[in-house]
Write a protein that binds this ligand. Structure first.
Ligand SMILES: Cc1cc2nc3c(=O)[nH]c(=O)nc-3n(C[C@H](O)[C@H](O)[C@H](O)COP(=O)(O)O)c2cc1C
Length: 173
Protein backbone atom coordinates (compact mmCIF):
# COMPACT_ATOMS: atom_id res chain seq x y z
CA UNK A 1 0.00 0.00 0.00
CA UNK A 2 1.69 3.19 -1.17
CA UNK A 3 0.80 6.54 0.36
CA UNK A 4 1.96 9.77 -1.22
CA UNK A 5 1.79 12.99 0.77
CA UNK A 6 1.80 16.26 -1.15
CA UNK A 7 2.84 19.04 1.20
CA UNK A 8 2.06 22.68 0.46
CA UNK A 9 3.85 24.20 3.43
CA UNK A 10 7.07 26.16 2.86
CA UNK A 11 8.14 25.59 6.48
CA UNK A 12 9.89 22.29 7.01
CA UNK A 13 9.80 22.82 10.78
CA UNK A 14 6.28 24.25 10.94
CA UNK A 15 2.92 22.88 12.02
CA UNK A 16 2.23 20.94 8.81
CA UNK A 17 5.69 19.38 9.19
CA UNK A 18 4.85 18.24 12.73
CA UNK A 19 1.66 16.55 11.51
CA UNK A 20 3.57 15.07 8.58
CA UNK A 21 6.22 13.64 10.91
CA UNK A 22 3.50 12.04 13.03
CA UNK A 23 1.97 10.41 9.94
CA UNK A 24 5.41 9.29 8.70
CA UNK A 25 6.10 7.58 12.04
CA UNK A 26 2.94 5.51 11.59
CA UNK A 27 2.85 4.62 7.90
CA UNK A 28 5.31 4.13 5.12
CA UNK A 29 4.92 7.06 2.76
CA UNK A 30 6.66 9.29 0.26
CA UNK A 31 6.46 13.07 0.55
CA UNK A 32 6.58 15.71 -2.16
CA UNK A 33 7.38 19.15 -0.75
CA UNK A 34 5.87 21.36 -3.45
CA UNK A 35 7.64 24.50 -2.23
CA UNK A 36 11.07 23.00 -2.87
CA UNK A 37 10.54 21.25 -6.20
CA UNK A 38 10.58 24.14 -8.68
CA UNK A 39 7.63 22.74 -10.61
CA UNK A 40 6.43 25.04 -13.39
CA UNK A 41 2.78 26.02 -13.59
CA UNK A 42 0.51 24.61 -16.29
CA UNK A 43 0.43 26.90 -19.33
CA UNK A 44 -2.81 25.46 -20.68
CA UNK A 45 -1.10 24.57 -23.97
CA UNK A 46 -3.11 21.33 -24.29
CA UNK A 47 0.08 19.51 -25.30
CA UNK A 48 -0.89 16.75 -22.85
CA UNK A 49 -3.72 15.77 -25.21
CA UNK A 50 -0.90 13.89 -27.01
CA UNK A 51 -0.20 11.85 -23.84
CA UNK A 52 2.76 13.74 -22.38
CA UNK A 53 3.24 17.10 -20.67
CA UNK A 54 5.52 19.26 -22.84
CA UNK A 55 7.20 20.80 -19.78
CA UNK A 56 10.39 18.89 -19.07
CA UNK A 57 10.69 19.03 -15.29
CA UNK A 58 10.44 16.69 -12.32
CA UNK A 59 6.68 16.51 -12.71
CA UNK A 60 7.27 13.70 -15.20
CA UNK A 61 8.61 11.62 -12.29
CA UNK A 62 5.82 12.80 -10.01
CA UNK A 63 3.12 11.77 -12.55
CA UNK A 64 4.38 8.19 -12.23
CA UNK A 65 4.46 8.44 -8.42
CA UNK A 66 0.92 9.80 -8.34
CA UNK A 67 -0.33 7.08 -10.68
CA UNK A 68 1.34 4.35 -8.57
CA UNK A 69 0.03 5.61 -5.23
CA UNK A 70 -2.89 3.86 -3.51
CA UNK A 71 -3.55 6.82 -1.22
CA UNK A 72 -2.83 10.50 -1.71
CA UNK A 73 -2.84 13.02 1.12
CA UNK A 74 -2.74 16.77 0.63
CA UNK A 75 -1.52 18.78 3.59
CA UNK A 76 -1.45 22.56 3.45
CA UNK A 77 -1.47 25.62 5.61
CA UNK A 78 -4.42 27.90 4.98
CA UNK A 79 -3.25 30.93 3.06
CA UNK A 80 -6.08 33.42 2.65
CA UNK A 81 -8.51 30.55 3.33
CA UNK A 82 -7.03 28.57 0.43
CA UNK A 83 -4.36 25.96 -0.27
CA UNK A 84 -0.92 27.57 -0.66
CA UNK A 85 0.13 28.93 -4.04
CA UNK A 86 2.90 26.32 -4.31
CA UNK A 87 0.39 23.49 -3.92
CA UNK A 88 -1.97 25.10 -6.43
CA UNK A 89 0.89 25.56 -8.91
CA UNK A 90 1.84 21.91 -8.47
CA UNK A 91 -1.79 20.85 -8.83
CA UNK A 92 -2.23 22.91 -12.01
CA UNK A 93 -0.13 20.23 -13.68
CA UNK A 94 -2.86 17.69 -12.84
CA UNK A 95 -4.49 18.97 -16.02
CA UNK A 96 -2.39 16.19 -17.57
CA UNK A 97 -4.68 13.70 -15.81
CA UNK A 98 -7.74 15.38 -17.30
CA UNK A 99 -6.52 14.28 -20.72
CA UNK A 100 -4.79 11.09 -19.48
CA UNK A 101 -7.09 9.73 -16.77
CA UNK A 102 -5.68 7.80 -13.84
CA UNK A 103 -6.92 4.22 -13.94
CA UNK A 104 -8.59 2.55 -10.93
CA UNK A 105 -9.53 4.20 -7.67
CA UNK A 106 -7.46 5.72 -4.92
CA UNK A 107 -8.25 6.88 -1.43
CA UNK A 108 -7.38 10.37 -0.33
CA UNK A 109 -7.30 12.85 2.50
CA UNK A 110 -7.01 16.60 2.82
CA UNK A 111 -5.43 18.11 5.92
CA UNK A 112 -5.63 21.87 6.47
CA UNK A 113 -3.78 23.82 9.14
CA UNK A 114 -4.58 27.46 9.87
CA UNK A 115 -3.42 30.08 12.31
CA UNK A 116 -6.90 31.30 13.12
CA UNK A 117 -7.15 34.62 11.30
CA UNK A 118 -9.89 33.21 9.08
CA UNK A 119 -11.73 30.09 10.11
CA UNK A 120 -13.26 29.27 6.76
CA UNK A 121 -11.85 25.98 5.44
CA UNK A 122 -14.70 25.32 3.00
CA UNK A 123 -13.12 26.86 -0.09
CA UNK A 124 -9.79 25.09 0.45
CA UNK A 125 -11.52 21.74 1.01
CA UNK A 126 -13.69 22.10 -2.08
CA UNK A 127 -10.73 23.14 -4.26
CA UNK A 128 -8.66 20.20 -2.96
CA UNK A 129 -11.54 17.83 -3.74
CA UNK A 130 -11.82 19.15 -7.30
CA UNK A 131 -8.05 18.61 -7.77
CA UNK A 132 -8.20 15.13 -6.25
CA UNK A 133 -10.94 14.04 -8.64
CA UNK A 134 -8.28 14.30 -11.36
CA UNK A 135 -6.43 11.47 -9.62
CA UNK A 136 -9.44 9.14 -9.25
CA UNK A 137 -10.17 10.12 -5.64
CA UNK A 138 -13.78 10.70 -4.65
CA UNK A 139 -14.78 11.94 -1.19
CA UNK A 140 -11.39 12.29 0.50
CA UNK A 141 -11.21 12.29 4.31
CA UNK A 142 -11.03 15.81 5.71
CA UNK A 143 -9.21 17.10 8.77
CA UNK A 144 -8.60 20.68 9.79
CA UNK A 145 -7.04 22.45 12.69
CA UNK A 146 -7.38 26.23 12.68
CA UNK A 147 -5.64 27.72 15.69
CA UNK A 148 -1.87 27.42 15.42
CA UNK A 149 -1.61 31.04 16.62
CA UNK A 150 -2.54 29.60 20.02
CA UNK A 151 -1.64 25.89 20.12
CA UNK A 152 -0.17 22.98 18.19
CA UNK A 153 -2.49 20.87 16.01
CA UNK A 154 -1.65 17.50 17.56
CA UNK A 155 -2.47 18.81 21.04
CA UNK A 156 -6.08 18.98 19.93
CA UNK A 157 -7.72 15.62 20.69
CA UNK A 158 -10.37 15.80 17.95
CA UNK A 159 -7.83 16.74 15.30
CA UNK A 160 -5.45 13.99 16.44
CA UNK A 161 -8.30 11.46 16.23
CA UNK A 162 -9.00 12.64 12.68
CA UNK A 163 -5.32 12.20 11.77
CA UNK A 164 -5.33 8.72 13.33
CA UNK A 165 -8.33 7.84 11.11
CA UNK A 166 -6.44 9.13 8.08
CA UNK A 167 -3.41 7.05 9.07
CA UNK A 168 -5.65 4.00 8.92
CA UNK A 169 -6.28 4.52 5.19
CA UNK A 170 -2.58 3.93 4.68
CA UNK A 171 -2.75 0.69 6.64
CA UNK A 172 -5.77 -1.11 5.21
CA UNK A 173 -4.64 -3.63 2.58
C1 LIG B 1 0.54 34.28 3.53
C2 LIG B 1 -0.21 33.68 4.70
C3 LIG B 1 -1.59 33.64 4.69
C4 LIG B 1 -2.29 33.07 5.75
N1 LIG B 1 -3.66 33.02 5.69
C5 LIG B 1 -4.34 32.41 6.70
C6 LIG B 1 -5.76 32.30 6.66
O1 LIG B 1 -6.42 32.73 5.71
N2 LIG B 1 -6.39 31.71 7.69
C7 LIG B 1 -5.70 31.22 8.77
O2 LIG B 1 -6.34 30.70 9.68
N3 LIG B 1 -4.36 31.30 8.84
C8 LIG B 1 -3.66 31.88 7.83
N4 LIG B 1 -2.30 31.95 7.87
C9 LIG B 1 -1.58 31.32 9.01
C10 LIG B 1 -1.08 29.91 8.66
O3 LIG B 1 -2.09 29.12 8.07
C11 LIG B 1 -0.60 29.20 9.92
O4 LIG B 1 0.46 29.95 10.51
C12 LIG B 1 -0.15 27.78 9.68
O5 LIG B 1 0.10 27.17 10.93
C13 LIG B 1 1.12 27.71 8.84
O6 LIG B 1 1.49 26.37 8.63
P1 LIG B 1 3.03 25.92 8.69
O7 LIG B 1 3.44 26.08 10.13
O8 LIG B 1 3.06 24.53 8.21
O9 LIG B 1 3.77 26.86 7.79
C14 LIG B 1 -1.58 32.54 6.84
C15 LIG B 1 -0.17 32.60 6.86
C16 LIG B 1 0.50 33.16 5.80
C17 LIG B 1 2.03 33.20 5.84
Amino acid sequence: MKTLIINGSPRLDGHCAAVLDYIKKNIDCDVINCCFENIAHCTGCDGCTDGCCVIDDKMRQFYKQIEAADNIIFISPLYFSMLTGALLTFASRFQYFYHNPVRGKKRGAVILIGGGSTKDTSKAFSTAKIIMRYTAIQDPYEAAFVGTDISAPLDDRDFKNDIDSIIKIGRII
